[in-house]
Design a protein around this ligand. Structure first.
Ligand code: UDX
Length: 460
């Protein structure tokens, strides 16, 4: 490289896009001692964060935001010029949602973030993509940046995939399993090492790779996790036809260290803003690259996952006597998983929508996600409490395993409902306790009548 490759010991960081990923990254990096400028095109988000309010539900993050703001190291802006001037290392954290009417990722936010930023950078800097993107994006962005930046090839591009889980975002950011740097020069690697020094010093494993590998790590990791979940849910389908019990099967498989029990929890399947759209975008990109056959199985993973939703509706209908028309259903949960208010591609909401379309009177209760759910499906009824949702219900269906639902008393709940019938979509309830309290208990992949007494252990 012809440009100045001196790396600042403690680089100044910007974070472009302060959604789930970006806000968490910006806040955590400031708490680690870096000067951080967060940028978003939404004035509303910037105002909220600057005034100490996290605009989504994430345990532990509001406290970290407060500490970071108090330290004076974290600021927010809507100005790309300010970010371009401020940063030595820029992290791009904007969304890559599924395109409407296609399986492909919508790249407009990534393209625009790189263009807006790079066209204003006048000195050596590194732009690091963190967004989950189709393989080949980093190379495309490198060309784009060279074209639009006044600093030309003094502005480099690297990729650093992010593996944070909602509900554990702070922990996953500050103490990740591993870091992956996709780089094309020593300057990029050294800049990233400087930007992650406190995390690397704590002994976090690091894989330094080319940018295509770094992009692929993310797609491959999410595909593997989705495959593991759909694998056990495919076994649940077999169980349903054979009288076998998928919860015992998962337990027995999980004791094999080579298989492991994590992400082997059967039930309603995966949803959220990542796994579903990421496997579809990966499949689409592989097709474009001419290797679609290598990941054609991901279509099947998606189908297995979606079938769990319709099968849950089948169980509710069966318990209701064959039709959902006019049946009062208490739907417990709307978020795609507990400890989150995220309803993107939420299996829970999808099940409620399907029951509603079959004529059920659905009362949805979620401890945190009702407001977001209401925006997506305003036609459903939203209860303000668990008791209100249960009141007079013909069938109860547990869709998201919030602790409030796991710990509900079958006796107390039984006094509120019209009929003691429950479908446990997440294997979160104590089947024996519900049956002992005269509930008809049904769960995906388990026999309608208990064959052995089982003790459920908390999900891992
Ligand atoms: C996921 C990946 O875990 C994370 O590494 C990546 O960065 C983003 O996508 P997240 O979407 O927050 O994170 O949720 P995760 O905890 O992975 O759960 C995904 C979905 O799978 C949820 O709907 C959950 O209910 C479901 N799930 C998970 C199962 O059905 N069974 C399991 O055993 C585990």
């Amino acid at each position: 490289m012809s440009h100045d490759t001196t790396v600042t010991a403690r680089p100044r960081l910007t974070v472009i896009g302060t959604g789930y990923l970006g806000a968490t990254h910006a806040i955590c990096m400031a708490t680690l001692g870096f000067e951080v400028l967060g940028l978003d095109v939404s004035e509303e988000k910037v105002e909220a964060l600057a005034s100490g309010r996290v605009p989504f539900f994430e345990p532990g993050l509001p406290e970290k935001l407060r500490a970071a703001l108090d330290s004076g190291r974290l600021r927010f802006t809507t100005s790309f010029a300010e970010a371009a001037e401020f940063g030595d290392v820029h992290f791009v954290c904007v969304g890559t949602p599924q395109q409407a009417g296609s399986a492909a990722a919508d790249m407009q936010y990534v393209d625009s973030a790189f263009t807006e930023l790079a066209s204003r950078i006048t000195r050596p800097a590194l732009i690091v993509g963190k967004s989950t993107v189709p393989i080949g994006t980093a190379a495309r962005m490198a060309t784009l940046v060279r074209e639009v930046s006044p600093a030309g090839d003094a502005v480099e591009v690297a990729w650093n995939p992010e593996f944070l889980r909602e509900g554990f975002a702070v922990q996953d950011t500050l103490h990740p399993d591993r870091l992956v740097f996709g780089v094309s020069s020593a300057y990029a690697e050294h800049s990233l090492r400087a930007a992650f020094a406190p995390i690397l010093d704590a002994g976090t494993p690091l894989v330094v790779a080319d940018t295509a590998t770094a992009e692929l790590v993310k797609a491959a990791a999410n595909s593997f996790l989705a495959t593991k979940i759909s694998y056990i849910n495919a076994m649940a389908e077999i169980c349903e036809q054979t009288g076998a019990d998928v919860t015992l099967l998962a337990k027995a498989l999980g004791y094999d260290d080579r298989i492991g029990s994590r992400f082997l929890r059967p039930g309603l399947g995966f949803g959220g803003g990542c796994l579903p759209k990421d496997i579809r975008a990966f499949r689409y990109r592989a097709d474009e690259l001419g290797v679609g056959h290598a990941v054609a199985f991901l279509d099947e993973i998606d189908q297995i996952n979606l079938r769990r939703r319709s099968r849950t509706v089948d169980l509710v209908r069966e318990l209701a006597g064959g039709s959902l028309e006019g049946v009062r259903v208490a739907a417990l949960g709307a978020a795609f998983k507990p400890d989150s208010d995220d309803v993107r591609d939420a299996p829970a909401l999808d099940v409620s929508r399907m029951m509603y379309l079959e004529g059920a009177i659905v009362s949805v209760y979620d401890p945190e996600a009702s407001a977001n759910a209401h925006k997506v499906y305003p036609d459903l009824d939203y209860a303000d409490s668990l008791a209100e949702a249960l009141d007079g219900a013909d069938v109860v269906v547990l869709l998201t395993e919030w602790n409030e639902f796991r710990t509900m008393s079958p006796v107390a709940a039984g006094q509120l409902v019209a009929h003691r019938r429950v479908v446990d979509g997440r294997h979160a309830l104590d089947a024996d306790a519900f049956r002992a309290a005269n509930w008809e208990y049904r769960a995906l992949g388990r026999p309608a009548v208990a064959t052995v007494q089982t003790t459920l252990e908390p999900a891992g």
